[in-house]
Design a protein around this ligand. Structure first.
Ligand code: ZN
Length: 275
């Protein structure tokens, strides 16, 4: 697999401009660009500046993160989604990067929605988003999140939705930590059912050994430092034919206290062990 970096990892102690330099220096192949960090970058730069960087360096853009809360949005929410999707698509036409991560809605009422409601809404909204991004050659990676606050929590459910959507440009984002939050990966064999070509991105991260309900995104640790069976997870995806980006994605406030270069250097070493 290819070594990737999701900008959430250093979102509070770096910038897009700094990430580019440090990722190149430490041998990363891909960056997943955060749209808020791209917007900040564009206050003092242009998309052509970014294109020049990628044209002259090994590091390449893989795609953009993330479009969140895509379910059950009213007209105002939908307009905001479309604006953000359009921003990502327009950036991709200049710099490249053809994978847009889309995330189910989170909130205190999501647990009250029925499986059928969530299924129907997800299929509907993903088809509409698929149509929006298709002219740009963009792919949508739908990312289940195991915590009960999110409305699509498992790979099985997300795969059923993606298969019903039935569009070539709609697939899955597999995030080790997000799967672990559902049942500590007791359901890891569900990955055996996922067609490799429907995995559009792999987010790699480990977890502190905490009980479900306590475990939260702040407990994401470097790969190999926690209790997620990452080697087994990566092996299963490879067996299904997935051989693309393996992208380090941490949301750990402790790491935001460190120098970004330390996080990026250690992250590269730790992630390479699983490629
Ligand atoms: Zn993720």
């Amino acid at each position: 697999m290819k070594l990737g970096f999701n900008e959430a990892t250093c979102m509070k102690n770096s910038t897009l401009e700094q990430d580019l330099e440090l990722l190149e220096k430490h041998g990363y192949d891909y960056i997943e660009i955060r749209l808020d960090m791209l917007a900040d970058y564009l206050k003092n730069h242009t998309l052509d500046d970014l294109k020049d960087f990628f044209d002259t360096h090994h590091l390449k853009p893989y795609g953009f993160n993330s479009i969140e809360n895509i379910n059950f949005c009213g007209p105002v929410g939908w307009k905001a989604l479309v604006d953000l999707v359009s921003f990502a698509c327009q950036a991709s036409t200049v710099i490249g990067g053809k994978c847009l991560v889309v995330v189910p809605t989170m909130g205190p009422t999501m647990k009250d929605r029925t499986t059928d409601e969530v299924f129907q809404d997800s299929v509907d909204v993903l088809r509409r988003l698929s149509g929006l991004v298709e002219p740009y050659g963009m792919r949508l990676a739908f990312e289940p999140i195991g915590d009960p606050r999110w409305c699509v929590r498992t790979v099985e459910e997300a795969l059923r939705i993606v298969e019903e959507v039935g569009r070539e440009n709609v697939g899955l984002a597999i995030d080790a930590f997000n799967l672990f939050m559902y049942s500590r990966l007791a359901d890891i064999d569900s990955l055996d059912q996922v067609p490799g070509e429907k995995v559009f991105v792999l987010h790699i991260d480990d977890a502190d050994d905490l009980p479900l309900g306590v475990l939260d995104h702040s407990h994401r640790t470097f790969p190999g430092n926690g209790v997620i069976p990452l080697a087994a997870l990566v092996h299963k995806l490879k067996a299904r034919g997935y051989d693309d980006i393996c992208s380090l994605e941490l949301f750990n406030p402790g790491y935001w206290e460190l120098a970004a270069e330390d996080v990026i250097r250690i992250g590269a070493d730790k992630t390479r062990a699983f490629l």
